[in-house]
Design a binder for this molecule. Structure first.
Ligand code: MTE
Ligand code: CO
Length: 422
């Protein structure tokens, strides 16, 4: 270890001790001095035989002890599982990257099996030269890698009228964050040559719903990706294999899966879209449309209803996720008293625009109940609103774009519940 890293390690340990890690050390010392622990003194079954050979699972799965870290749906939310949604187990994950296998799915007409050799992407409409790309063609363009969150506009949508679902997975799990490899859409549009009248693109998927969406050309030429890998491997079927659109910072429904056609058009093609679905109801009943950007939001993932505190008073790591469709998260505050006082959390990966940011508050729990909240700020200066503030503008009958501050009531037992504070 180099001299500098030694120094910073010592500094870290001092900081950790100040934050209450001393109690953890005391518990660990007590454990060392207690009666002989068979886990230490006796040969265990896993050490008295041989383990599994290398080819037991050619494509690995999580160990069976982690079998509850899975996507879950809420059966009463939708009429059937085909046009439905499930939720990422964010309460059980750490870091920022969502493994594809537990990343939420949202389909309007089910996930389809589309082979690479059957994949065609057409670019037509107001272009100099209509083009059709095969999967192999796409692989021959220069590609880039970027991490972005994808949040369904309906995330937290069940919570408008009151605290509803008991767990971060269900209240905030319509989100995932992956590293995408793909070709900038700009490259393909330039290849086709956009005519000056072209101001929007209308994008379609190959599934029965097609999930057609109109996107302003400005965004299409800015940072939209035609992606074919996620977290290093092929997209999973449920996330749009073999190719999906990645629309950084914008609501999930624009991220067209099983990409099929991009038509350059003069204006939005609303007749072919379900635009009325993705509007925001305001307090006076008026609907607001074209609210594509996902505003700053955050959630404490642990402790939370599905991730209770399982130890006594002393050191406690409070952690969660924050994000903003308008840029990087600049600050996250955590409150233990329902928003009366705030402490600034530590950001694990600051400065990543339009990607999940992990925060930690390394704190000491005195064993009393808490009303836990987190509040995100982004680089534009925007501050995540309280539920009351959002309701003033949006009423209680909205569905989409609920980015309010969430409250978990953590009891003396360590269990937590979804509540509202006035
Ligand atoms: N694309 C197609 N072709 N069909 C769909 O049903 N659902 C959209 C979007 N793209 C959809 C689609 C919605 S509403 C969301 S939130 C995201 O995909 C979800 O992406 P995921 O299933 O990879 O999480
Ligand atoms: Co959606």
């Amino acid at each position: 270890m180099s001299e500098t890293s030694n120094k910073s390690r010592r500094a870290f340990l001092r900081g950790a001790a100040a934050a209450g890690a001393g109690t953890v050390a005391a518990a660990a010392t007590a454990r060392a001095q207690a009666a002989p622990d068979p886990l230490i003194t006796e040969v265990q079954p896993w050490a008295s035989g041989l383990g599994e050979g290398v080819d037991a699972t050619p494509y690995g799965l999580p160990i069976r002890f982690e079998s509850d870290v899975i996507r879950r749906n809420v059966p009463w939310l939708t009429a059937d599982p085909i046009s439905s949604i499930n939720f990422t187990p964010i309460h059980a994950l750490d870091g920022t990257i969502t493994p594809q296998g537990c990343a939420f799915e949202r389909h309007h007409s089910g996930a389809i099996e589309l082979a690479k050799q059957d994949f065609r992407l057409m670019i037509n409409g107001l272009v100099d030269q209509p083009l059709v790309f095969s999967y192999e063609d796409l692989e021959r363009f220069p590609r880039i890698n970027r991490v972005f969150f994808c949040e369904c506009a309906a995330n937290t949508g069940m919570e408008w009228a009151g605290a509803q679902l008991n767990g971060a997975q269900f209240t905030h799990g319509m989100i995932h964050n992956m590293e995408y490899s793909g070709v900038p859409l700009r490259t393909l549009l330039e290849e086709a040559g956009v005519k000056t009248e072209g101001k929007w693109v209308y994008v379609e998927g190959a599934d029965a719903s097609s999930n057609g969406r109109s996107i302003p050309l400005e965004k299409a030429l800015d940072d939209v990706l035609v992606a074919f890998k996620a977290n290093g491997e092929a997209l999973r079927m449920e996330h749009g294999y073999p190719v999906r659109l990645v629309v950084p910072g914008w609501e999930g429904n624009m991220w067209v899966k099983w990409l099929r056609r991009i038509e350059v058009v003069e204006g939005p093609v609303e007749s072919r879209e379900e635009t009325s679905k993705y509007t925001d109801t305001l307090a006076d009943g008026v609907s607001r449309k074209w609210t594509w950007v996902m505003d700053a939001k955050s959630i404490v993932t642990s402790p939370s209803p599905q991730a209770p505190i399982t130890h006594g008073p002393g050191p406690l790591v409070i952690t969660g996720l924050a994000w903003s469709g308008r840029g990087a998260v600049s600050k996250v505050d955590v409150s233990k008293d329902g928003g009366k006082t705030w402490e600034t959390a530590r950001l694990a990966n600051p400065g990543e625009p339009m990607a999940l940011t992990r925060f930690y508050l390394d704190t000491t729990w005195d064993g009393s109940e808490m009303l836990l909240q987190s509040r995100a700020m982004d680089e534009t200066g925007y501050v995540q609103p309280t539920k009351a503030m959002l309701r003033e503008v949006r009423g209680e009958n909205s569905v989409y774009h609920n980015n309010c501050i969430q409250t978990w009531w953590v009891k003396e037992t360590g269990e937590a519940e979804n509540v509202e504070v006035s």
